[in-house]
Design a protein around this ligand. Structure first.
Ligand code: SF4
Length: 392
């Protein structure tokens, strides 16, 4: 039996996953400014071009929510309540500012509640449109101009065309590296587990983009030749679609019941990395288009597939979810888990149509809803175990 030796890249990723602010705190001591961002829609290239370090704001499902009740009702997304809670407890005090966008409706409210209760030197709300018309892309570009100006006046430095183009190049490079990492999940067994992948992505979202790219290169080269055993072959190869996973606990549950998680469609996952920014003469055009049109999240309304007045339900479903069938084919997936956080309406409303679609293309699926707490893990285990047994 080969002894299990963790690769250098995976070891570093795990360290960063377990203590996310460690690197940005070092950078702050060297004079760098760190800006927290929430979800897919804040345009990271503008932060990088302004010489700021983007830092993904995540919650903590292991920490009971005790402070956020004072400013957010109990009937909203517990992931957002958790972010507010740990913010009120001072765990984001190292940030120099935040940028939040109009993701879902509660996300939009959180941006304003955060500004009211937690006073950081910089704060910006990006009112990302929700539709995909040409006029919405134009409006988004105008928003990005305002965001750029606000960063320039806060840092006192101009974001030049060169800096912005360089930032786009670096972030596109990161996206390509993550896709290369995901390719290593295609073999059976995959070369990297779902837990390890999540650790690498969360680590990458906690450090500057250049360092994230170095980390990804290291992980990819180590994993390609890994001699430490890697994941075992298991009967189920699953894809996880859903609201939000920012802790390895749920993936550990999946991978402990006879399944390998080989693909996903979540924010801290493929959604953030599977579309590039096109290089355009005015970089804001490419950015406005990518962040509104190419990101896949049910918060954006995309309209019907019909070109005439005859609506066709199955064609609409194909337009909305066809990419999931492609993922399932390319990653050789035999089952899909649909995960939503309680009170996440935008994902919850998507589930009936998505299940209709998956049934129509013969992809077995199971739906789990949870309240973003450790207590939710036991019933999820039972549900997924039953699903995996049926697949086996
Ligand atoms: S899980 Fe749903 S409700 Fe919560 S932040 Fe994400 S999209 Fe919004």
């Amino acid at each position: 039996m080969v002894a299990r030796v963790e690769s250098k890249g995976l070891k570093r990723a795990k360290e960063l996953y377990q203590d996310r602010p460690q690197r940005v705190k070092e950078l702050k001591a060297e004079g760098k400014k760190v800006i927290g961002y929430l979800h897919l829609y804040p345009v990271l290239e503008l932060l990088t071009a302004a010489d700021l370090v983007p830092y993904a704001m995540l919650g903590d499902m292991r920490e009971p929510i005790t402070k956020a009740d004072s400013c957010l009702p109990t009937i909203v997304c517990p992931f957002l309540r958790s972010i507010m809670d740990i913010g009120l407890k001072g765990r984001y005090d190292f940030l120099d500012g935040v940028v939040m966008a109009h993701m879902c409706e509660v996300g939009e409210k959180l941006a304003h509640v955060w500004r009211t209760y937690i006073h950081l030197p910089y704060s910006f709300f990006l009112d990302t449109p929700h539709a995909t018309y040409d006029s919405a892309v134009k409006q988004h570009k105008e928003q990005l101009k305002v965001f750029k100006k606000s960063l320039e006046s806060s840092t006192g430095k101009e974001i030049t065309l060169e800096k912005l183009r360089e930032a786009i190049k670096l972030h596109n490079e990161q996206r390509a590296l993550v896709r290369e990492l995901y390719d290593l999940r295609k073999p059976d067994p995959p070369l990297i587990s779902g837990v390890e992948t999540l650790q690498v992505l969360i680590a990458t979202m906690s450090i500057p983009v250049e360092e994230g790219n170095d980390l990804l290169r290291q992980v990819i080269s180590d994993v390609k030749v890994r001699r430490d055993g890697g994941p075992e072959k298991k009967p189920a190869r699953l894809l996880l679609w859903g609201s939000m996973i920012d802790d390895t606990a749920l993936v550990e549950v999946i991978e402990s019941v006879g399944a390998n998680l080989v693909m996903d469609d979540i924010w801290v996952g493929s959604s953030a990395y599977f579309s590039d920014v096109e290089v355009t003469e005015d970089p804001l055009d490419g950015l406005a288009y990518r962040y509104l049109m190419k990101l896949k999240c049910p918060r954006t309304f995309r309209g019907s597939a019909a070109t005439d007045k005859k609506r066709d339900y199955m064609k609409d479903l194909e337009k909305r979810f066809g990419y999931l069938r492609d993922y399932a084919r390319d990653w050789n997936v035999n089952g899909i888990i649909l995960e939503t956080i309680r009170y996440c309406d935008i994902h919850g409303y998507e589930v009936p149509g998505l299940r209709d679609y998956l049934d129509s293309v013969g992809l077995p699926n199971a739906y789990v809803e949870h309240d973003y707490s450790e207590a939710a893990l036991a019933p999820i285990r039972t549900r997924i175990q039953g699903f995996v047994e049926v697949l086996g």
